[in-house]
Design a protein around this ligand. Structure first.
Ligand SMILES: C[S@@+](CC[C@H](N)C(=O)[O-])C[C@H]1O[C@@H](n2cnc3c(N)ncnc32)[C@H](O)[C@@H]1O
Length: 666
């Protein structure tokens, strides 16, 4: 199989995360390119903002639905911008400090949506509970793999680094014809004039704002505003277009608490987020060319505080926009899906599968898919964070970004050891030991195998390895694009260190490091210098990552399906140098060579396809990725057939040839 097929999967870095709901990845400067949630986080991200839908005439407009809280991903991690705004201007905006406030919520039952969420099918309803507000509930049974809800997000924007690689209207990634650049701003790109015309209503005002921003940017690195800024721009211009009194705009901007009282405002901000929100507010006013808070009135905002409220809602209610293979490429807002609440053991996920049947004018299409059967009356829950992370890290993110403490079973259940934070038993009995506590000075700070009770000797060394691993992971991620060679070298050094410290493949940060290593190795395979050694090392990383993921995520989880698919694709790549059949060592080596390797590839791809039918929607055929995997299976079966036929011929020919020879002998 040719190598090109790998490319589509290669950047599916965190699969998990926010919606990706899971997420808007935390990225550095406000105006530095930001990525969405980590892919591993369950892709979930919700939004709190309003909704807009496309008109039949092709022009976008805001639907008459009110915005609601979204879940999912978020503009978390929006940090101070580097746009050159002097800090003193922050005070000038008069943004008030965070205060605590008490939220009152009704107890129980169905919520009157005031006709605001026409996109909600009859199989679902919104109910409100006393402890986590409104949520999506199944009215009828939902089977694992069924699409519970499918909507075109009201607003979606690409992350800055992806603006020239994906279409700003449909988020497509045309491989052959290439993308056409907007001749005016020279920043956004489209598949063709259909996509360009469809986006014009959104892009019209954005186009001049982008040009103004670039003209005043202090350097080329910050010549494009970050995606949260561009997303907010589209939301505000959209509110004006639709009318500030429209249901969408009023809910979006918090004008009508009778229709919806957004859960998130500046009062629920964590102190850690306040600075980043303030910087985002600064970037936004610059983008809108607003010189004072008074000039925000045409957008329905009466003060800088209103602006911070809006940013807070965006932060907790934005979903990560991903490719069909879960690579985060931007953010989007869907007020209806934003009703979905969080759990670390979700029964649903958000994906963007792009099935064969999809029309580019409806893409990007967000699909909420059931991961397991959901009985009538049960709440449909997604995860806002990467569920492969240990509870302590999940809780930290939920608190900082979404301002709540998760009390789900995965967070509260007293497990003897969570595989996300575990070591192998030092006696190698097959059991695992939980990570020791943080206080390595404490003589009582022991950890033991949950199976045979053996005590881990040097807990300090384990804690050191975990800390060094986390630092190296952060560093390698930050270098991934700018200096991939250095990033790869870091993974080469650190993975063995974590393994020798005893960490299991599913534990953090080893799992994430293995994944990053796989990505970086796959990058090097794209060029002409494909070596057997690098290919095999990429396969080993993919296999270890796959084993870790399978220990943590349920069957059918899209992240797990993608991991299996990537392993299968790597195994199916033509080997640059086949091991000679006589090489005795080759029979016990992983990965195997020749037909054994192809068989393994076939097994992985078939498993991946079965799981994709769940995670990416059975009625969508697993989406674009499912289609690709199915085609890869067919190609591989042909290839395996050739091998099998070749072997059969050799077996059949040998005695026959011998027979012929002896028959011919005088
Ligand atoms: C995207 S909204 C979800 C819809 C929200 N419940 C509402 O009524 O609008 C995200 C917010 O819902 C609340 N939430 C979601 N999941 C929760 C959970 N498991 N426990 C407590 N609060 C939760 C938090 O306030 C969070 O910031």
């Amino acid at each position: 199989m040719s190598f090109g097929k790998l490319k589509s999967a290669r950047k599916a870095r965190e699969a998990h995360s926010f919606v990706n709901p899971g997420s808007i990845p935390s990225s550095a400067g406000t105006d530095a390119p930001q990525s969405a949630h980590s892919p591993l986080a369950d892709h979930t991200g919700a939004c709190h903002t309003g909704s807009a839908s496309r008109r039949d005439d092709g022009g976008p407009h805001f639907a008459p639905e009110a915005p609601v809280a979204d879940s999912g991903s978020t503009v978390q991690g929006v940090t101070p911008s580097v746009d050159g705004q002097p800090q003193a201007q922050l005070e000038g905006l008069g943004i008030p400090p965070s205060q605590s406030s008490e939220k009152t919520r009704g107890t129980a039952t169905s919520v009157d949506l005031h006709g605001c969420h026409a996109s909600l099918p009859p199989s679902l309803e919104i109910r409100e509970s006393s402890n986590h507000g409104r949520g999506i509930y199944a009215k009828t049974a939902q089977v694992a793999g069924s699409v519970i809800l499918s909507v075109t997000p009201h607003v979606s924007v690409l992350s800055t680094g992806n603006l020239s690689h994906y279409c700003s209207a449909c988020s497509g990634h045309p491989s052959t014809a290439g993308l056409k650049r907007c001749p005016k701003c020279k920043i956004v790109h489209y598949c063709n004039s259909i996509c360009q015309n469809r986006d014009w209503m959104w892009h019209k005002r954005e186009c001049s704002a982008l040009q103004n921003w670039a003209a005043s940017a202090p350097s080329s690195e910050v010549s494009t505003p970050s995606e949260p800024v561009r997303c907010l721009g589209r939301i505000l211009w959209g509110s004006q277009t639709e009318g500030l009194d429209s249901v969408w705009a009023t809910r979006m901007l918090g004008h009508r608490p009778d229709v919806t009282a957004p859960l998130t405002d500046r009062n629920s901000l964590q102190p850690s987020s306040f600075e980043s929100h303030t910087h985002l507010a600064h970037s936004l006013v610059r983008y809108l060319s607003v010189a004072s808070p008074q000039e925000l009135t045409p957008y329905g905002l009466t003060s800088a505080g209103d602006l911070v409220d809006l940013i807070s809602r965006l932060t907790t209610n934005t979903f990560t926009l991903t490719t069909p293979a879960l690579a985060p490429i931007g953010i989007c807002v869907s007020p209806t899906v934003a009703f979905a609440n969080h759990t670390c053991d979700p029964n649903a996920v958000i994906v963007f599968p792009r099935p064969d049947s999809s029309s580019p004018t409806e893409e990007p299409r967000l699909n909420l898919v059931a991961l397991r059967d959901i009985a009538p009356g049960k709440e449909v829950r997604i995860s806002y964070v990467d569920t492969t992370l240990p509870a302590v890290l999940r809780q930290k993110e939920l608190k900082e970004v979404y301002s709540f403490v998760c009390h789900c079973k995965a967070c509260t259940r007293a497990l003897p050891a969570d595989p996300r934070a575990a070591l192998w038993c030092p006696k190698q009995c097959g059991g695992i030991c939980p990570y020791p506590g943080q206080d390595s000075e404490d003589p009582e700070n022991v950890t033991r195998c949950v199976k045979c009770n053996t005590i881990v000797g040097d807990t300090g060394a384990v804690l050191d390895a975990v800390r060094v691993g986390q630092e190296a992971l952060d560093k390698a991620r930050s270098l991934q694009l700018s200096d991939p060679v250095k990033a790869r070298q870091l993974t080469t050094n650190i993975v063995p260190l974590l393994v020798s410290a005893g960490l299991t493949p599913a534990s953090h940060p080893l799992l994430a490091m293995t994944r990053l290593r796989q990505e970086l190795l796959v990058e090097t395979l794209q060029g002409p210098g494909l070596s057997q050694e690098t290919l095999d090392e990429a396969i080993r990383s993919a296999a270890k990552y796959g084993a870790g993921i399978q220990a943590l995520l349920p069957k059918g989880h899209p992240v797990r399906a993608v991991a299996l698919g990537e392993l299968g694709k790597l195994l199916a790549v033509d080997e640059p140098s086949l091991s000679p059949a006589s090489d005795a060592a080759a029979s016990s080596r992983f990965p195997p060579s020749g037909p054994a390797r192809l068989k393994l590839a076939h097994e992985s791809l078939v498993k991946a396809y079965e799981e994709m039918l769940i995670g990416f929607g059975r009625q969508l055929g697993g989406g674009q990725l499912g289609r690709e995997i199915r085609d890869a299976i067919v190609r591989l079966e042909k290839e395996l057939g050739v091998w099998t036929t070749g072997i059969r011929n050799v077996l059949e020919d040998t005695p026959a040839a011998g027979r012929k020879k002896s028959e011919a002998a005088p």
